[in-house]
Design a protein around this ligand. Structure first.
Ligand SMILES: [Zn+2]
Ligand SMILES: [Zn+2]
Length: 125
């Protein structure tokens, strides 16, 4: 992985934030660093391709999060964009179905969207 100064700034943001970030969030957070939005988009694409960042589209906006080595799934709050990891329990289901269809799986994806505890409370008020 090649880290330009701009890429390093973007990556460091993801290491300090636990919620998802879109390109505009990053532009706002890095406003003192004078990085173009187009540079941020390119950095995000690069990290996604390198499997450093994962991407979720929420309300038509692409949000990114750090992939922390271990395979996880996530529950994502669509209001505050908090993210909660869930262990993957899909392997036995995938194994059973791949045999049935002689299918060769290479990867899978599952994200659960909803409201976190705090945002669920606000919904009911
Ligand atoms: Zn929330
Ligand atoms: Zn999984």
């Amino acid at each position: 992985m090649r880290l330009t100064p701009a890429r390093k700034l973007v990556l460091n943001l993801f290491k300090t934030k636990s919620s998802l970030l879109c390109a505009e969030d990053i532009e706002r957070l890095l406003k003192n660093e004078s990085i173009f939005l187009s540079t941020i988009y390119r950095a995000l694409e690069y990290f996604e391709k390198e499997n450093v960042l994962g991407k979720s589209t929420i309300n038509k906006t692409a949000y990114y999060y750090l992939i922390d080595g271990k395979h996880h799934h996530y529950m994502i709050c669509t209001t505050c964009l908090s993210r909660f990891p869930i262990d993957c329990k899909l392997d036995s289901m995938i194994n059973k179905n791949m045999k049935k269809h002689n299918f060769v799986p290479t990867s899978h994806d599952l994200t659960i969207y909803g409201y976190c505890e705090n945002c669920a409370k606000l919904q009911n008020n």
